[in-house]
Design a binder for this molecule. Sequence first.
Ligand code: ACG
Ligand code: CA
Length: 535
Amino acid sequence: MRRWRVMLALAVLLAACVPQPAWTDVKSERWWDDAVFYQVFVRSFSDSNGDGVGDFDGLTAKLDYLNDGNPETETDLGVTGIWLMPIFDSPSYHGYDVADYYTTNVQYGSLDSFKAFLAAAHERGIRVIIDFVINHTSVRHEWFRASEDQTAPYGDYYIWQEDNPDYNGPWGQEVWHPSGDRYYYGVFTAEMPDLNYTNPAVTEEIEQVSAFWLNEVGVDGFRMDGAKHMIEEGQQQENTDATHAWWKEYRAALAAASPDALVVGEVWSPTAEMTPYVNNGEMDLVFNFSLAEEIISSVVAGDGRRLGRAIESQERAFDPGNYAPFLSNHDQTRSMSRLGDGWNRAKAAATLLLTSPGTPFIYYGEEIGMTGDKPDPNLRTPMQWNGEQHAGFTTGNLPWSRVQSNYTERNVDLQNADPDSLLSHYRTLIRVRGEHHALRSGLFVPVTGDNNRLFAMLRVAEGESVLVLVNLSDEPISSPVLSWQGSGMKGTYQPRLIFGKAAAEVLTVADDGSVNAFSPVGEVPAWGSVIIQYR
Ligand code: ACG
Ligand code: CA
């Protein structure tokens, strides 16, 4: 409940300062509580110079699509955060093997063009975090070459053995790779040798790199790649005590360099192994992989009750809302493909994502229903802007990757014009989340309903409570009956419909905060979302 009190204190504080400060002046240590993030693969977003590779200038030119900075307009998506997948110098197309932490990928543009992008994003009220891949480097990093040659002081920058330890990695892969007559450890591939974080010199290097990007360049935080793999303890290769201790120390060093920086960890493990990273103050958020799986599979199964229970258990496991909900990322089958390519299911999933506790992340193209399945490059194809050649991603003739073939009937231009499109649904819901602090940081109160196909949840905050209903079936649900307990509410509340179509009823809450057999609306349409504010 710590967060709830912080929010209250903050609200009181803000109300006390007249006039209210602009977002840039608000020194909230938890600005991300109010953010909605958008994950971008620069290579695939927008190509400004026709070489077939997306770049910083192209991204800057598309910023108005993400957020034009004007709260009056409703033509932009309205996101307030961007996560850029790796932008550093790297030999691979994806960039997850860094060759130099101080240089941007030349194909994406210079550091100056990156800074111009950053300034344009900040002007619009968008914060930017960058993918930080520090568990390993590329074999082409100069540190690794010097380490191979055992040149001081780099000999111990990586993990070397004279004899092959000959055990496998966490998912059965080979992790010891030969070089000369020695072996080095690389949890991902032979091209990605793990750095040796038992060597304080390595930690110091990375702390310097971090301070450079935060303070000299001005990014707002990091997405920490492969965060559970930092320090191995023999054959125990993930989530080790040494890894936790390392993050705690590193987080403190970052806070000293930049108190407002956000650290979001990628810890792709079951919930019990994700939570210690945030609950012990090693990171601000982790991506909630369990919840992502639950949202998708509950929508596919049409089981709203199951999803309610899943969120409840996530809220118990984490400090409330201290995670990043999402539907799918660049390592996973795109959500639209998992949802059977159905617009109704995609809209339901979007409602669930954008009303969830935590800081939601949208994967680029998800808002227009882009599809894609493994192998990885197919999950990362060019953004589908319009029906022209190469979907408007490049003016050149050779995009780095083929565009998904459905781009002529599935693109931003077409959905811009359609108020019922998935894109319009995302826009409206991001706006609704922005207007209702109960959806951003209200307490989650589990709601029991009389229909398994209906997802129902209450979010309670100072000044408003919000009820979210999502029908996960092909049939309308008439007069759903709901109950809940211990909401902290009490008395009679007037309803106001803030999303969807329904006639909403007055709500009466008993003195103990419980509600019994309440029927909020006459009907929730098939696959419809209804959101009601009570105050
Ligand atoms: C990151 C990046 C990814 C990148 C790398 C390497 C790391 O997002 O794009 O790949 O820099 C593991 C790692 C993650 C890693 C993925 C790709 N992601 O932990 O850090 O691999 C299991 C394992 C996980 C594993 C996951 C997927 O536990 O550790 O992630 O499988 O392989 C339930 C269970 C959960 C289980 C899942 C899935 O949820 O709870 O434990 O996870 O089911 O079974 C880059 C490129 C790639 C390239 C690679 C070499 O992007 O294209 O292939 O480099
Ligand atoms: Ca490691």
